[in-house]
Every structure is written in structure tokens, then in C-alpha cells.
Design a protein around this ligand. Sequence first.
Ligand code: DGL
Length: 280
Amino acid sequence: MLSPDAPIGIFDSGVGGLSVLRHIQAQLPHEHLLYFADSSFAPYGDKPEDVVVARVLSIADYLATHGVKALVVACNTATVAAVRELRERYPAMPIVGVEPGLKPGAASTRNGKVGVLATERTLLGSKFLALRDQIHEATGADFLLQPCVGLADQIEFKELDSGETAAMLERYIHPLLDQGADTLVLGCTHYPLVRASIERVLARAGRADVVLIDTGDAVARQLARLLEAEHLLRPAGEQPASLTAFTSASSAALTVAFTSLLGIDPPVHEVEIAVPVVSQ
Ligand code: DGL
């Protein structure tokens, strides 16, 4: 039996999910939150799908041992690969995934050309490609897909403002602008963390008019809707809401990420998760 007082589990391959967590904290300030950064196994984006599925199930199982009442897969790559398997494993639990915002991208474009920045794994996923075809058919929008190999890693290693990250962004964004994109979907939860650098690339290209789509806010709203429908919202009580973090890598690194990205300093615990064995 799920209880409104139980925590919500949120996870990502690393620090990218903090771009979703900040919206959840803002919209659901009374909820207890557990955040899991799987930084020792990051990036997910260059790993085979079955490996990502096995890993995601292990992380969800770990969070389930803490009695979570809901799960937020704050990672596009993990959602595209594994949300179906997660829902099969935890049928009674509200599960919210994050997918590249193709629908808001199609709603925002003025010329029908939408660039999508995401990991290779996300852009190869059959769930993602089906969504792309469906929205293209419904709206006529063309989606220009740009795999951003290495970008999540740069952000994971806190190279937010480095010259190398800026050069990588130029390399990935310019071809989309050359093809006429007037809207860019940030299809990986790490990317909103370099939004300022992306805006600088656009400004330098004389394209400050390009609209950026980040679905963190919509994900938090969807979570609130699901919790309300299941009568699982935690009321404002005497006990303040808590945030506890877990990482499969170094707690010091995650602490630095929380402090520098969100300005908060939750307790962080190091956890070992067995490397998934995937049968051939
Ligand atoms: N933050 C993850 C996403 O939204 C991916 C980063 C990775 O490759 O691990 O896709």
C-alpha cells in the first residue's frame, strides 16, 4: 500500500536529473525526495539498450527498498529504453518518464523545422522514433536529429563553461541552424544545465530568436497530476520535506554538483549497484 508520506524516487545517469528535480521541488515543496545519480555507470547514451534497461531496473529496485511511492525517470535515455519494463515491474506505482519535447517543439516552431539535441541511444530508440513519426504526421513538423556524443559527459564532469564544451555546442548546433531550425529541443536532462552556453552560441550566430524547449517543468506538473489522482500528495505537515541523495560514484562530486547547480547541500550516500549481466 503506497502512502502519501513516502518519498518520491528520482533518478538519472548522473547530475542531469537535477534539471528536473529543481522543478519538482518548486512545484511539490512538501514532498520527501530521494535522488539517485548513477554517475559510476554514466553515460547511458552510448550503451546498448539491453544494458541500460537492466541498469535502470536495478536502480528502481534500489529506490523501491526505500519505500518510494512514485518514480521519476529524470533521463530521456533511460525513459526511451526502459520505461515500459519499469511499468511492468511496478504496475501499481505512478511512474513519470522524460521524453524529448517533440510536441511542444512542434507547437512552438514557426517554420516547421525543429532541431532535437539528445544522446545517440535516445535518438535510436524505437519509442522515440515512433513518437517522432506520430507528431510529424499530426503536425507536419520536421525533426532534425542531432546526437550529441560526449556532451552529457562534459556536463557530468562540471565542464559547464569550458572552451571544449562551447566548441562541442557550436559543432552540434550550427548544422541544425544551417538546416533552418527555429526551435531546439533539449532532449537530454543534462542539457538545460548548459542553457546559458547554448544561448551564447545562438546569440553569436545571430539567432537569439531560436526557441529552446525544456520539459522539466511539464514533468513536474505530470507528477503532481498523477499523485493527486492517486491521492498520494503529501500534505503540508509539521515535519518539513526532506531531500536525500544517493550516488554510485563519489559523494563529494555529487555534493559539489548540488551546491553549484542548485545551491543546496543535501546528505549524499554512496551506494554500490551491481553491474548488470545481460545475456547474449
Ligand atoms: N541525462 C540523460 C538523458 O536525459 C543522459 C545522459 C547519458 O548519456 O547518460 O538522456
